[in-house]
Design a protein. Structure first.
Length: 345
């Protein structure tokens, strides 16, 4: 690693234990500038933060704001107080990330300054069930949503150059969902995401984790859940109108086209206002959306016709067709139609 290239370690900390002091000392000894964000841990943890302050700069606020907000607070501090070029690595405060892995990840970021580097666990040891299950679910959801395969979507060990700081600060999310939103955003903007293997470490069955399985999982999945709800409402309108028209007219193509046009208008309105939260560039988004709708309509009609010709009952064929086009529609809308532009702040 170049001697003149600054190495910065950013650690969000909420009610940390002794492992934080050990990690901070190791990072300092290895030439890192260490930034720790005390995410409203409370006065009971003042002693730990006073100890680490000898080898790190500690940013503190009284109210717990969440991991995502802590990371962005640290990134803003780094942007304002360090002169590029530099490298940043984020690590967890609970001792799960070993110093050798941290060094390897940040070295990879130096080789690929335009990329996001993930320190990924193989999950090939005795891993707590909730951690293995949670990572498996988010990995599947992420790949279905983006088409990008990542082995460890929940790793907190990530490295990047100063080139990515502005973009990371702008990404939505205050708590654990922020890290997933980063991966979603970077996949959508075709930013390279690279993985290197790290040691899988869980201390005391990961008892120190502050991840709430229900609350934080909802935050992670809520964008996809909102899209799914929107699509389901539009599907009900589409399917109901299709069944009605096909029963009255017996005309498959006419019924399908009419139902799709009506449900597409409904789906666009819901996605534009409620799911993707776009208020600007409505005309541009509408042109893109209905261009997509025409393509999907053609595919929809062709698949529907093909299924019925093979003997599938018409109403079942409609359901199969809609399911096949669901993921394709989400990806295109999220990343190309309702994509949010980055602005300098």
């Amino acid at each position: 690693m170049k001697e003149n290239l600054q190495k910065i370690a950013l650690i969000p900390a909420y009610k940390p234990q002794q492992e934080l002091t050990e990690l901070t000392a190791e990072l300092y000894q290895n030439g890192f500038s260490v930034i720790i964000v005390n995410d409203g841990s409370g006065t009971d943890y003042n002693q730990i933060f006073e100890t680490v302050s000898f080898s790190a700069h500690v940013i503190a606020y009284a109210e717990n704001k969440g991991k995502g907000e802590a990371l962005k607070t640290g990134l803003k501090y780094i942007r304002e107080n360090f002169r590029p070029p530099y490298l940043v690595v984020t690590a967890d405060a609970d001792g799960q990330h070993k110093i050798n892995d941290i060094i390897n990840v940040i070295q990879e970021a130096e080789l690929h300054p335009e990329s996001l580097i993930l320190g990924s666990r193989k999950f090939d040891k005795h891993v707590p069930f909730r951690s293995q299950f949670g990572n498996t679910m988010t990995k599947i959801v992420y790949q279905l949503s983006t088409g990008v395969k990542i082995h460890d979507t929940q790793t907190g060990l990530r490295a990047f150059s100063d080139k990515l700081i502005d973009r990371l600060i702008l990404i939505n999310g205050s708590r654990y969902e922020y890290e997933m939103n980063v991966l979603m955003e970077f996949a959508g903007n075709h930013t390279e995401i690279r993985e290197i293997w790290i040691e899988t470490v869980y201390l005391n069955e990961n008892a120190s984790s502050h991840f709430d399985a229900v609350r934080d999982s909802y935050r992670i999945y809520k964008e996809i859940l909102k899209f799914s709800a929107s699509s389901f409402i539009s599907f009900l309108a589409d399917y109901g109108l299709f069944c009605l028209l096909s029963s009255l007219t017996g005309m498959l193509v006419f019924s399908n086209i009419t139902a799709r046009v009506c449900s597409s208008v409904l789906n666009f309105t819901i996605n534009q206002k409620l799911v993707f939260g776009m208020k600007d560039n409505t005309v541009q988004s509408a042109v893109k959306y209905f261009s997509l709708a025409i393509v999907i309509l053609l595919c929809n009609t062709l698949i529907l016709k093909a299924l019925t010709l093979t003997g599938v009952k018409i109403f079942l064929a409609k359901i199969i067709t809609e399911f096949l086009l669901f993921i394709f529609s989400y990806i295109i809308q999220h990343y190309f139609i309702f994509r949010k532009e980055h602005k300098t702040i």
